[in-house]
Design a binder for this molecule. Sequence first.
Ligand SMILES: Cc1cc2nc3c(=O)[nH]c(=O)nc-3n(C[C@H](O)[C@H](O)[C@H](O)COP(=O)(O)O)c2cc1C
Length: 179
Amino acid sequence: MKVDPDLVHRLFYPQVPLVMAARSGKRVSAMPVVSYLSTSGTPPLVGVACKPESFTCKLALKARAFSLSVLDRKHLAEMSRLATLSGAEVKDKLAAAGLAHSAGTDARVPVLDEAVATLECRLLSAPKSGDHLILIGSVAAAYASEAFSGFWDYQKYSPILYTGWKGGFSLYEGPRRKT
Ligand SMILES: Cc1cc2nc3c(=O)[nH]c(=O)nc-3n(C[C@H](O)[C@H](O)[C@H](O)COP(=O)(O)O)c2cc1C
């Protein structure tokens, strides 16, 4: 079957969504992202392809910083809310989605209290790539829960897997833990 150009990105599914978050002044926004990659090991750099019209992207550009968080599948409902709410309509989208947060240790970013892993990033550049901007971040701090010790322990962390839209919002919760 020939794949419609608009659907090419769906060939990559399932993917683990991360929460990208940013703060400017008292304004906090966040959104699920799957278009992310590690662009360099030394120094540690990451990239996230963002729609320039998303409020979170605008806030990250303004703050010149953003965080990336990994959530366990027990926070699937909060991840879903981040995809349906708009940061333009609420002062603190993380709080509105039910995700408590505090200030980052090394960058001026909000970090999620319930994250199993967090990257605090300073924005280095934002080159345009078609209809997206690639936000390149220098990783100022990275930390994880005890579920990560060089590799993830899937007895302690169950990833959310995103399978795409199908007549509405659908997130595959990921494999069940073995008992
Ligand atoms: C699982 C999932 C992954 C997404 N990945 C991206 C992404 O990588 N880049 C992007 O710009 N938008 C992505 N989106 C869309 C944004 O999350 C969505 O447009 C969000 O509502 C933007 O919110 P905001 O305007 O409050 O920032 C994704 C959505 C979902 C549900």
